[in-house]
Structures are given as C-alpha cells and as structure tokens.
Design a protein around this ligand. Structure first.
Ligand code: ADP
Ligand code: MG
Length: 354
C-alpha cells in the first residue's frame, strides 16, 4: 500500500510513543485493556494519554491533542463525544481528521469464521474520503427556517482517495475497484468524484473499475455482498456503507478502521461508536479497539507483536468462541480480554525462551 511519507522512527530501545485518546463512552475502559495487554505482551509502545473534556466549550484540549499526534505521528483513539446539538461545538472527531489532513479512511472487512453473521466469507476493502463532502461542517441558517449545508468535493482529494484505492488493489492482488456515488443527482460534486476516479482508473489497466449509485449499492450489499472487492467512495456514503458491512459481518464491536494522511496515522474502531448506552457495564466488545491496536503495531513495523495480538484475538473469537452479547455470546469484556491475555502471555514467553 501507499507508504506514508513519514513513519516515525523508533526511539532508543526500539520503542515508539503513541498518542492515546480514550474519548467518551466505552473508550476509556477499552483503552485500559489495550494498555494492560501491551504491558503483558511487552509491546514496544509507550502511550501518551490525552483526555478531552466533552463539556468544555473551547478547543484547547483539541489543540493539545493535535500537537501530541503531530509530535508522535501516530494515535489510537476512541470516539470523542459530540455535545448536544445546541452547544455549537463542531464535532471534534471531524476537526481532528481535517486538521491532520487524514484524507483517507480504510476499513478491512474480513469475516471472522465462527462469528454469527448475516454473511460469511466477506472480504471487502472500503476506501473512503475522510475530510470533505458533507462533513465539511459548513452549515448555516441563512434565514430562519432555512439551513444551507455545503458539500465540498475537490479534484485533488478525489484523486488522492482514488489513487489510494487503486494502489491498494494493485499491491494486495485485488481485482476490482467499485466507485460509489450519486452523480445522477449531484452532477457536479459526485460527478467530479466519479470523473476523477474514471481518470485514475486508466493508470491501472490490470484492475477492473466499475461504478454504482449509492442506493443500488446498499441494496446490492444486503443481497449480494460477495460481488464487492475494493470500494472507493465519498465521506458520507463511506460511513453508511461501513456500518452496513459491519452489520452484515457481526456488528460495531469487531472491525477497526485506519485513518491516513501523508504524515500522520490514526487508528480506531471501524464504526467510530461512542457506545454511551453500554459504558461502564463491562459488556462492550473489546475486539474492534484491539484490532485498532494491531493495525497501529503493524503501521509502526512491530510485525511480530502485531501477529501475537491478532493471533490471540483470532483464537479467542474463532476457536474458543468467547464472544460478547453483541456477537450472540454471553461473555463479559473481561472474559474476552482474559482469554486474549492468556494467549499473548503464552506466545510472548515462547519468544523470550528462544
Ligand atoms: P450510542 O452512542 O447511542 O451508545 P453508538 O452509535 O455508539 O450508540 O453505537 C451504536 C450501537 O452499537 C449501540 O447499540 C451500541 O451499544 C453498539 N456498540 C457500539 N460499540 C460496541 C461495542 N464495542 N460492543 C458492543 N456494542 C457496541
Ligand atoms: Mg453514536
């Protein structure tokens, strides 16, 4: 895949420092488990924990967070709660992605055998524009009762995302990229996105390219999802399609998502849930956040440790079937985490022996 222009160099002792943003809802409890597993597995990462007060009305916390990520180059995050509709504070999650120019979001949607799901054997890559479209946060009430909301599509960002999708397909032996749009109605904005994707596709003669309108795409996803390989789309369609596919594969607690720009990378659960309603109950599925931790280790080049953690997750979920309620099981967060810890310790002690 397209390499970032700068992957942070390890510090003395081969360790990296990574910004950790627990966020709200289930974020803090899941991050505790990440830290504990990293400690037990001797993962070569130190965390710089940054908290954001969801009720503060300024952006000092956010600026501090951005400075930390710029310094470390890499972050793992939960979802920052967005206050009630009338606080006037824009989504800090969106602002963070924009400030760091994390122009692409990548979701690897690969089924876990043994997890009860609508479909098995899915293997879809979602490549999503991550900083513009309907998320430009340019809304205003022009006169009372009339709101204008601007959707921004640029040739530059459309090209960056399309190129990412095709480069990904090329370097991972994928056969097809499908561009998702609504260019029949939004002729200028989605038209530019589609036109740009068609132009980029010409540089990749060995990869098939087709396009599909978002509404048909949703129907095709629930009725025949195996037709999809790599998907390329704008921001809002991306969040909808991500949630549909996660729903088909087992829900919000399973997959992780990667946010990349030219200089920074931020890892998080794929559907970016806060999980406010289940926070503090010890029942949240920890797998999505742990998968984000695997992605982060891989990104930093700590492949052995990434492998140890992802094997431990796979054995726990697929072999032992220790599953939380969202996956149809009855295990608590702790029971899942304890099983993962057991495998991590087992593998790590073997490493030390040799
Ligand atoms: P809310 O913010 O209302 O809690 P979210 O949008 O965060 O809801 O999440 C959507 C749904 O997915 C909720 O029902 C939530 O409980 C569930 N969910 C999200 N993350 C997890 C998780 N890690 N484990 C189990 N359920 C989850
Ligand atoms: Mg929510």
């Amino acid at each position: 895949v397209r390499k970032l222009k700068s992957i942070p160099k390890a510090q003395y002792g081969g360790r990296h420092t990574v910004t950790m943003l627990p966020g709200g809802g289930i974020g803090p409890e899941l991050m505790e488990h990440v830290r504990e597993i990293f400690r037990l597995g001797g993962m070569p990462v130190d965390f710089e924990v940054v908290n954001i007060d969801p009720h503060s009305d300024g952006n000092d916390d956010l600026e501090y967070l951005i400075t930390s990520i710029k310094r470390n180059g890499v972050a793992i995050k939960g979802n920052i709660e967005t206050g009630s509709l009338d606080t006037g504070i824009a989504s800090r999650n969106v602002a963070l992605r924009n400030e760091l120019d994390l122009f692409v979001n990548v979701l690897k949607c690969k089924s876990y055998p043994g997890v009860p799901a609508r479909y098995s054997d899915l293997d879809i890559i979602i490549v999503r524009q991550n900083t513009e479209g309907e998320y430009a946060m340019l809304e205003h009430e022009s006169v009372h009762g009339v709101v204008e909301s601007m959707k921004i599509v640029t040739a530059e960002n459309s090209e960056r995302v399309a190129r990412f999708a095709f480069e990904y397909a090329k370097s991972h032996g994928r056969k097809r990229v499908t561009t998702i749009h609504k260019a029949n109605i939004m002729k200028l904005s989605d038209g530019l996105f589609l036109e740009t994707s068609n132009r980029v596709a010409k540089d990749y003669p060995n990869i098939a390219h087709n396009n599909m309108i978002i509404d048909n795409c949703c129907m095709q996803l629930v009725s025949n999802p195996h037709q999809f390989d790599v998907m390329n789309m704008t921001n809002l369609y991306g969040t909808i399609v991500s949630n549909v596919i996660c729903g088909l594969m087992g829900g919000a607690g399973l997959l992780s998502g990667r946010n990349y720009g030219d200089h920074y990378a931020v890892f998080e659960p794929g559907t970016r849930n806060t999980g406010t309603s289940i926070a503090g109950k010890g029942i949240a599925n920890p797998i999505a956040m742990l998968n984000a931790a695997v992605d982060m280790l891989e990104h930093l080049g700590h492949n052995t440790h990434a492998g140890i953690l992802s094997d431990a997750i796979r054995k726990t979920v697929c072999d032992d079937k220790i599953l939380t309620a969202d996956l149809g099981g009855s295990a608590s967060t702790k029971e899942v985490v304890n099983c993962i810890k057991k495998y991590v310790i087992e593998e790590t002690s073997k490493m030390k022996w040799f």
